[in-house]
Every structure is written in structure tokens, then in C-alpha cells.
Design a binder for this molecule. Sequence first.
Ligand SMILES: NC(=O)c1ccc[n+]([C@@H]2O[C@H](COP(=O)([O-])OP(=O)(O)OC[C@H]3O[C@@H](n4cnc5c(N)ncnc54)[C@H](OP(=O)(O)O)[C@@H]3O)[C@@H](O)[C@H]2O)c1
Length: 575
Amino acid sequence: MAAIKLSLFILCLPQLLVLFCSFQLCFSFRAKHLNLSAIGTHWAPAGATWYGSPDGAGSDGGSCGYGKLVSQTPFSSLVTGISPSLYNSGKECGACYQVKCTKHPSCSGKAVRVVITDLCPGCVSESAHFDLSGTSFGAMALPGQEEKLRDAGVLEIRYARVACDYSGKTIAFHVDQGSNSNYFATVVEFEEGDGDLGAVELKEGSSEEWRKMQQSWGAVWKLDAGAELHPPLSIKLTSQYSGQTLIAKNVIPQGWKPGATYRSVVLKWEDVEIGEPKEGEIRVRNKAIGLNFIDVYFRTGVYKPPTLPFIPGREACGLVTAVGPGVTDRQVGDVVAYAGNPMGSYTEEQILPADKVVPVPESITPVIAASVILKGMTTQFLVRCCFKVERGHTILVHAAAGGVGSLLCQWANALGATVIGTVSTKEKATQAKDDGAHHVIIYGEEDFVARVNEITSGNGVDVVYDSVGKDTFEGSLACLKLRGYMVSFGQSSGTPDPVPLSALAAKSLFLTRPTLGHYNVTHDEILAAAKDVFANVASGVLRVRVNHTYPLSQAAQAHADLEGRKTTGSVVLIP
Ligand SMILES: NC(=O)c1ccc[n+]([C@@H]2O[C@H](COP(=O)([O-])OP(=O)(O)OC[C@H]3O[C@@H](n4cnc5c(N)ncnc54)[C@H](OP(=O)(O)O)[C@@H]3O)[C@@H](O)[C@H]2O)c1
């Protein structure tokens, strides 16, 4: 039960579906991807022997290619060789089985989960035979009777194919020593879910094409590309039984090394149970959830989550379904929205501190509220507090067609500023113009510093709102006028390099790295900022662009599209 992963959930309410994010660097595209766990456990008879040392992993040179990894987590020596019929030419490497014995007096009857890491070529006498590691064999015994059981010879056991569950440890790829820039081979060290592999495909960072890898042997898959491969590389695994796929996005980074192991993250759609709201808390059934780039930072490890696994998400709108003791200003049936802390909005229902939510006016739908609460409050503090935008200012907004960017252009225009926006495509440029950007620069095609210089007749801009980071930071400083403000509020392209003070001294510049939470600390501040945002939506100053809606269960796809710069305006997840 997923709730065991989060001690905060208690066992008394109906089960809810949430998305857990488990580690760094990639995700699964599937909700409920463990088909095997859904079809139940079917026990069948088999024979069992053991090999290697009594408390070892059998062999570390097994046919699947896991090598010494068999004795390390997550395998931890609970591995087995298997008869050719079950080994299926290595396609079953990594598959998980439960085995148990009852017929011998030393058998405990307890099921032990083992992973296929080897072929047992001589095991042809029965249709199914497990040549277990000494550790696996002993694990079927009553406590203290492991040795007696190992002395039993060929044992009659029962076995059942089960889903692999590595408690969020997800997938690891061990790059083969023989790999080079044109030839890539990897051991799929373990994969959650069905466990078996029907197909493995690889995609280069610069390409949309998935290229089929060939099974080299066991769990080793290879691609002889014939030309230089351009990392980061993504790897897609397809189960031969269920056809379900798992994508490890950009799991092999630039500068990868033969012999190294790269791990991935999984966004998993799971049932959890939540409790009643405690003192000062409310329970909210989410109607719409906003997707933000910060969710990507947490998923990919740019920001460290407090725990693993965790439920991502920091923006939502929903209906209050229960009110905890001491809460006087909220009641069941209220429509509320929240932005920022606590993390965990990728869920059908959640518990929230009552002082973190704001009421949503009737004129604003839950989808609009979830699209604008975090991005709008961010825009609000950026234009009103961080740097106070006024008539006559000239401002530069990077990623002007994005969620925050779109609102920034609109609000700054309404405040009387001349707005210069940067975007990556012509389509985005059209939207930014429509949102009030007076000048739009396609930064992949034009030198934005030279263009800003031209537009401002060499004077520079009063402020740069830079959420792109690494790719734009230096140019942004160059765009500023004397005593200009550099507001670095995000890093969608990566974290900027450290800034020497001399870079600011050149024009007596101001530099700030602000965060929404630091501008909205108290309940009153949160209420006032949200009220300002909703008032601007109601008056038409802000036209909220809900350009992309996904079912919550497809959050991974939404992440991929946001990261892939395919989205404009707000992205909303519907539970
Ligand atoms: N400090 C805060 O409190 C705070 C609060 C909210 C948001 N933010 C920041 O505001 C920014 C915008 O957030 P958002 O949720 O509205 O996202 P978004 O702007 O809708 O999406 C990010 C955009 O960044 C641009 N971009 C440039 N280089 C990129 C790259 N290498 N990879 C991906 N995107 C790249 C893309 O636009 P183009 O294709 O046009 O370049 C992309 O559409 C993020 O950096 C976020 O962290 C900060």
C-alpha cells in the first residue's frame, strides 16, 4: 500500500490516487503500470536447487549480464537461474517471481521474491526449474533451518510470476565497458513493474525518433548507431506481456562513461489513504491542478525534495470536503485555491493547512484558478514588489509565451511599461505579441542582446525578468541600463554560473533571486496577493491562457511537453 511510503497518511479514509515521484532524472508514462499486480498471483509447481556459496548470490557471471550487481541492492543476492523455457532467450532477465516450499519439514511456506539473473542450461528435466542462489534457497526455510533445507537436494516448490517492486528505486542502466560514442550497450539493471523486456529503444536528445536496440544477450541491449550519438539519451522499455512502456527520459547524460550506472526516476500513479484534517487543517478535493516548472526541478533533482518518494505539485483549486478543529474561516463546500507550500497537489484529494488556501471568487472557474494562482501570484510579486513596474519603464521578459511569461507581458503592459519578450518560435512570438509584448525576439535566431540594444537605442532596459537562467543570464546583464535590475527567478535552461561582483559593478546593477514564498509569508499577505490576481483576471487585465489540459494520470507526458518547450501559457492537470 502506497501509504506506507508516507508516514503522514493514516488509514481511515477512502483510497485516493496520487502521483509519486521517486528519484532523479526520468519517469514512467504509465499510471497503474503494474499489470501483473492487478491480475493476482497464480502458483504453479517447479523444481528448485541452489548453487554458489550458501549465503551468496550464486554466480556473478550470470547469463543476464548483471555481473557483481547481483549481490548489491536491489537484488541483494535474492536471485535465481531459471530453466530455458522460462528464461526465454534472456527476455525474462529482470523478471520477478515468488517461490515457496511446503513439502520439506524445514520449509517455512513463506513466499520469497527472487529476480531472474541467470540461465540454468542443465535445468531441463521439469518444465519449470529454479536454480536459486544460496541466499534465495535459504530464505524459504524456517528460521535457523536454512542449512537443513539446503541439504535437501532437489526441492518441490511453488512459483508465481509477480510484478517487481523496488520501493521507488526504479530503473538503473549499467553502461557496458565496450560502449563508445557510436556504439551504446547497456545492462537494464532492473525495472519496476512487469520486469520482463520485450523491446528496448533509445532516443537522442536532439531527435524525436526512437531507435530499436537489439538484445545482445541476457539483459544487455545494444545499438550500433553507425554515427556519433548525441546525449542526453532517453531509453524506452516495453513489456512483452502487457505492452506497457516505461521511459527513462535523458537518463544517460552528456559526458556518460562506459562502466558507469545511471539511475532514473518514476512518476507513479498510486492509491494512498489520507487522514482527517487535524488542528488548523482542511481536506480539499482537487478539481484542477496547475503544472509548474518547479515541479520539473523537484522531479529532476535540481531542487531536493524533503523525502523520497514524494508527491509533487504546488498549485491547485478544489472543494473543501472536511474542516479540522480550530478552523473558523473555511467550511465544507468552499472553493479554494493554493500556491506554493506544502508540496503535494498531484492528487485527487489532499490535506492542507487552512491558512495556505484562499477563497476563489464565483466568477473564476477551478481550471482558471488552478492555472493562475501560483503563476499569477508570482507575476504579482515580480511586477509590484521585487521591481515596481511603472509607466515609462522598459522591461525584458524571457520565455514570454510561458505560463508566468504570458502573465508578465499582460500585467506589465497594463502598468504602462514597454515590454520586450523573448521566445523560441514564431507561434510563441504571435502569442507574446497578443499578450502585450511590444517587441518580440526569437532568441534562437537573433542575438537578443543586440536586438535589445537596438530597440532601446543603446540605453538598455530597466529590468530583466529572467526565468531561463543558464542560457540567458549573461546576456540579460548586458541588456540592463545603468543601475538596472536583474531579477533571476528561475532556471529552465539550467542554473546560471556564479556571478562575480565585478559583473554588477560594471553598471552598478542590482541582482536578486526571489522566491514566491518569501514575498507571501503570512496568511494576510497570501490573501492580498491572491485577491489582486483574481481582481485582475476578473477585470480582464489578465487573460489566462489554459492552452494544455491533461488527465492527472498523464502528468509525466505533461512534464515532458513542458520540458520540451512544447507548451505555452498554463498547463492544467485534471484529476
Ligand atoms: N521564483 C519563483 O518564485 C518562481 C515562481 C514560479 C515560476 N518560477 C519560474 O518561472 C519560470 C517559468 O515557469 P512556468 O511554469 O511558467 O514555465 P514556462 O515558462 O511555461 O516554461 C518554461 C519555458 O522556458 C523556456 N526555456 C528556455 N530554455 C529552456 C530549456 N532549455 N528547457 C526548457 N524550457 C526552456 C521555454 O520557452 P521558449 O521555448 O519560448 O524559450 C519554456 O516554454 C520557471 O523558470 C520557473 O522556475 C519562479
